[in-house]
Design a protein around this ligand. Sequence first.
Ligand code: DAK
Length: 260
Amino acid sequence: MGYEYIGFEKDGAIGTLTISRPKALNALNWDTLKDLGSFVENDLPNQELRVLIITGAGDKAFVAGADIAQMSEMSSSEFREYVDYAHKIYDLIENSPYPSIAAVNGYALGGGCELALTCDIRIASEKAKLGFPEVKLGIFPGWGGSQRVTRIMGNGKAKELIYTGEMVSAEEALRLGLVERVVPHEVVMKEAMELAASIAARAPLAISAAKQAINTGSEMKLKEALNLEKDLIDGCFDTDDRAEGMKAFLEKRDPDFKGK
Ligand code: DAK
């Protein structure tokens, strides 16, 4: 695909997107963000994936945030453009029909932690450190962090993390609900692949519908969200995969889902 700052590999229906600027701990400068954005807008929709994994290149970082050197030299309008673009791309990742897993293999800070939060599930290396150091720089988490993190952790814990700017260990992140699993450093990708494989074996349209029900429904009043759930499950009932899943159960065999 010819990108300098991201890599993409497919293993069956599991795609791994790697943010790759290891000399700066994968910090998202404009060029890296544009590579990520171009991939997400133009290439990702054609991949026919069942699961997307996002990780960082090298052994030390997932993504250490927005590029501080570059931000320090931006004009207000460039800064605004940078932020708007990141918001657009992060929304596309969060609402992609594919379920996504962040394999947090090291520092996930600021915009990097916000990127992990756009994924459905986060698996962290025991060496990972997560946090929002933005207030040390005179800004605050503005690529969705102040909103997504409060929805995950609640206002009090989110404010403690954001106001202090301190990093937390992977274990503490697990306790806070910022990540779902902590695993030994060497096996973070293996664990992400195994989880991806178990999700990929399930009915993909049902998973997309569940993702939509959770993402969209959590923004709605309960009554409206329950109606959305009913509409989405009705859609699942009419799929070939629903027929196959129930038939396979009755025939005591594994289902062979086609995503139809
Ligand atoms: N930007 C640019 N370069 C970075 C970087 C970053 N975020 N993080 C690391 N690097 C670079 C370092 O400068 C260093 O480069 P050289 O000096 O070798 O050229 C190289 O990566 C290796 O880093 P260190 O030498 O510092 O490595 P250490 O192991 O000593 O320390 C560290 C690792 C992660 C603790 C440290 O690098 C660090 O504190 N990095 C900064 C982390 C950070 O503050 N991240 C948050 C960035 S702010 C907005 C909304 C949101 C945002 C922006 C706008 N609006 C709504 C307006 C987002 C903001 C952020 O993400």
